[in-house]
Design a protein around this ligand. Structure first.
Ligand code: AFP
Length: 337
């Protein structure tokens, strides 16, 4: 079997398909290298130096959530790896209140990198899947990358997006706007190897993912939709649905990328004042880009996620994404098809 490494795939995207330039290629390679570092740190768990990487960091992030040691470490790994290559103007992360402009001692590049360094951190201590999500934008001409304004671009402006899922294998899923490719980390040679190209999400599904414990807080359209799914083959949908919830968006989306499904984190009475639970810029937008590139759809229920004009780097949004016909069904419960 011909083994195509991530580096070779990216060179071909640059040379043969003209989809990326050398700087974007370097950026993606550096992010992938950082993800390898994160995978190694996760793999060490309680036997890592200095007391292990499990447990609380003893600090809160900008959203007031307790940070795990691995949240902080993964953030540092991504920052350090991407600072000096000359491909970036700035970075924004779930774990940092303000954007991080590339220090003056390094060359400035044309791109902005946004990331959730460790998604699903409540899974760390139970040895369940976690992930890294990233999104790449261009830094607008003359914009100051230390300020939020430089990052305030809708998801349609993304030039690349991806996630790494740290599960039984470590997989990197990537789009540069030319379909979606999947790479598996070969732990022996330390390279990401292309294992699937042109991923496609089946248009229909019988599987949904939602945190059912929030049911009493949901808005009416979501409550009606889930009620109809639960009534199974004798209900209005005329089929039985299965449910899965990993509590790490990366893992739930990865299942959908693999066999279809629908993922919902709707706005509810608990998250109303914040605008939802999931973050637009480094969770919803990159996942929406990947899902759309695989033939799926992503909406808030009433608006295509990638068309939202952001107002803040840490802005939250309701998220409904996955198999496109099922996403359309949810939208119809909101009165929009
Ligand atoms: P973190 O990014 O703080 O680890 O949160 C994970 C997450 O935002 C997303 O990955 C999950 O889908 C969701 O939270 C799980 O939320 P519940 O706590 O409602 O299960």
């Amino acid at each position: 079997m011909r083994r195509i490494s991530l580096s070779r795939y990216l060179i071909e995207e640059q040379r043969e398909r003209g989809k990326i330039n050398a700087d974007l290629r370097l950026l993606i390679e550096v992010v992938a290298r950082a993800c390898k570092g994160i995978a190694i740190a996760i793999g060490k768990g309680a036997i890592a130096e200095n007391g292990g990487v499990l447990g609380e960091a003893g600090s809160d992030n900008v959203q007031g959530e307790a940070q795990k040691k691995l949240d902080v470490l993964s953030n540092e790994i991504l920052l350090e790896a991407n600072e000096w290559g000359g491909h970036l103007a700035g970075m924004a992360s779930e774990e940092m209140e303000l954007p991080h402009a590339i220090p003056n001692r390094y060359p400035q590049g044309e791109y902005l990198l946004l990331f959730d360094p460790l998604d699903g951190s409540s899974n760390i201590d139970i040895n369940a899947p976690v992930g890294t999500i990233f999104s790449v934008l261009r830094c607008p001409e003359g914009a100051d990358p230390s300020q939020n304004e430089a990052f305030m671009q809708p998801g349609t402006e993304q030039v690349a997006a991806g996630y790494t899922v740290y599960g039984p294998t470590t997989q990197l899923i990537l789009t540069v706007g030319d379909g979606v490719a999947s790479f598996t980390l070969d732990r022996e040679c330390g390279s990401f190897i292309l294992t699937q190209e042109n991923l496609q999400i089946p248009a229909d599904t019988k599987e949904f993912a939602i945190n059912m414990s929030n049911m009493r807080h949901w808005e009416a359209p979501i409550k009606h939709y889930i009620d109809d799914l639960l009534s199974g083959s004798t209900g209005p949908r005329g089929k039985d649905f299965n449910m899965r919830w990993v509590a790490a968006m990366v893992a739930d989306v990865h299942r959908i990328m693999t066999r279809g499904g629908i993922f919902l984190y709707p706005i509810d009475a608990k998250t109303q004042s914040k605008g939802g639970k999931l973050r637009l810029m480094y969770e919803a937008n990159p996942m929406a880009f990947i899902v759309e590139q695989a033939g799926g759809a992503a909406t808030t229920g009433t608006q295509r996620i990638m068309e939202i004009q952001p107002t803040g780097v840490h802005q939250r949004v309701p998220v409904v994404l996955g198999s496109r016909n099922e996403v359309a069904v949810v939208a119809s419960y909101y009165g929009k098809s």
